[in-house]
Design a protein around this ligand. Structure first.
Ligand code: C2O
Ligand code: CU
Ligand code: CU
Length: 504
């Protein structure tokens, strides 16, 4: 038998070996996770499938002039790859939904029917409308039930969109396929010589991450991915490996980031310049020449790209430049690259009118009449330290006033900030005047860690002290876990009180 000191030594040596083995194993695991955590489809995409263009939604106009659309939320199957059926959700179809289109000044009504196995909502992202029509978490539609909001379109021509907003399940409902575009037209934009033939030289580009596991859509969050669901490939309008044939010299792309967490940095493979003509809330004052544009979830940009006869060019999503450290960059998908969409120009192209030098006058407040400043500190744990509570109104604003909101990401991971009902001006972004891509009307703004933005918002819709609007991070899993707050618009002196029964 070994003497006590020797036995102790052997035990200690054994323990050391065990610790070393464990550390090595953990290290190898982390390295493996790290190395496997970036994805790229650049250069390997075959572009075998013609881009699906969501149909324009049919509508009827009654004698009073109200334009009525019908949207059925339904389950179905989609063949993302030939011969492989995947269970998906969609509006009036199996995946995504038709493009709704209405003009400024029109009265619109949407008959929403929920044929899903669970309750959901339909929110009109970017739309200025009464809170009770907004389709946020207070306007739940039970399975088998319907909901018919109506409002008058009172905002400039723009690329808006719609998607579900059930509290706690938004990421899943959007990822399964519930989203669509809502285009607003107006007289000033119709006067401009811009490409405007839908699906021909004016193309909806709804970009989403996706991951297939067998024939199933896989929505799992990978390890260390606090950002939420990230896919291993992208699709446009529900089409994998898409190409689009174009026959005009100038092509307008209405880019929508409808992914649930991915921040895309769009650029063409030859880094060609393009003109940005519109942002979330409509056309810019003048086109801005860029060769890349970053869009976080929920954001839109309208760009116009010049094509040469017979050429092909690929719209890509490049690595994210957001000042992230290597760890959060890798696990927020910042190192990933994607081939998004190939444009194939016909051998001869129809000539397009030159882009105008100026577009439309600004529609957003300049802040000169701002009545107060508020501060919103963003972390995954909540906004200003509070998690979303359906029964609590966090912010009360007075109808007809302008406010300044300073939104600060004080977290170690990327977030963004979306406000319902309004289009705001970015007065200051990270201590400087906003770059052109943030200078127009915005409803969603990307905020990398330790970045602040000063926003000016004007609340001129109808007051409703009982029904709040939302503001939240549009990384949808963050929204689901509580990175959301509620604001109500009231008449001067009125108190906001959520309707009884709305509290969960
Ligand atoms: Cu696009 Cu509150 O959402
Ligand atoms: Cu919204
Ligand atoms: Cu977030």
């Amino acid at each position: 038998m070994a003497s006590p000191p020797r036995r102790l030594r052997r035990i200690l040596l054994g323990a050391c070996a065990l610790v070393v083995t464990l550390i090595t194993a953990i290290g190898a695991g982390v390295t493996w996770t790290w190395a496997g955590a970036d994805v790229s489809t650049v250069g390997t995409t075959q572009f075998t499938q013609p881009l699906h263009i969501p149909p324009l939604a049919e509508s009827t106009v009654d004698t009073a002039g109200t334009r009525t659309f019908a949207l059925d939320m339904q389950t179905g199957t989609t063949a993302f790859e030939p011969g492989r059926d995947t269970e998906t959700w969609g509006f009036n179809g199996s995946y995504l939904g038709p493009t709704l289109r209405a003009a400024r000044g029109e009265r619109v009504r949407v008959q929403v029917r929920n044929q899903l196995p669970e309750a959901s909502t339909v929110h009109w992202h970017g739309m200025h409308l009464p809170a009770a029509m907004d389709g946020g978490p207070h306007q739940m539609v039970e399975p088998g039930a319907s909901w018919t909001p109506e409002w008058t379109v009172a905002q400039p021509a723009s690329t808006l969109w719609y998607h579900p907003h059930p509290h706690g399940a938004t990421e899943e409902h959007v990822r399964r396929g519930l989203a669509g575009m809502f285009l607003i037209d107006d007289a000033p934009s119709a006067q401009l010589p811009l490409p405007n033939t839908y699906g021909v030289d004016d193309i909806p580009v709804i970009v989403q991450d996706m991951r297939l596991r067998g024939s199933r859509l896989d929505g799992a969050h990978a390890i260390f991915r606090d950002i939420g669901f990230l896919g291993d490939r992208t699709m446009v309008n529900g089409t994998l490996s898409p190409y689009q044939e174009v026959g005009d010299e100038l092509v307008r792309l209405r880019l929508l980031n409808a992914s649930t967490a991915r921040i895309y940095t769009f650029a063409f493979d030859d880094v060609r310049p393009f003109a940005m003509i519109g942002s979330d809330g409509g056309l810019l004052e003048r086109p801005a020449t860029l060769n890349r544009i970053q869009l976080s979830p929920g954001e839109r940009a309208e760009i116009v790209v010049r094509m040469r006869p017979g050429e092909r060019t690929v719209l890509r999503s490049e690595k994210l430049e957001a000042g992230l450290d290597f760890w959060s960059s890798r696990f927020s998908g910042g190192d990933d690259r994607f081939d998004v969409l190939e444009l194939r120009a016909a051998p001869t192209l129809r000539p397009s009118a030159a882009l105008p030098e100026t577009l439309v006058p600004p529609s957003i407040p300049d802040g000169a009449d701002s009545v107060l400043q508020r501060r919103f500190d963003l972390t995954l744990a909540g906004i200003n330290g509070e998690r979303m509570d359906m029964g609590r109104i966090d912010t009360t604003v007075t109808r007809g006033t302008t406010e300044t909101w300073v939104v600060h990401n004080i977290d170690g991971m990327p977030h963004n900030f979306h406000v319902h009902d309004v289009q705001f001006r970015v007065l200051d972004y990270d201590g400087a005047p906003p770059p052109p891509e943030q200078a127009g009307a915005k409803d969603t703004i990307f905020l990398p860690p330790n970045t602040a933005a000063t926003l000016v918002l004007r609340f001129d819709g109808p007051a409703d002290p009982n029904t709040p609007y939302m503001y939240h991070c549009h990384l949808l899993w963050h929204e689901d876990v509580g990175m959301m707050g509620q604001f109500a618009v009231v008449e001067p002196g009125q108190q906001a009180t959520p309707l009884p029964g709305h509290a969960h």
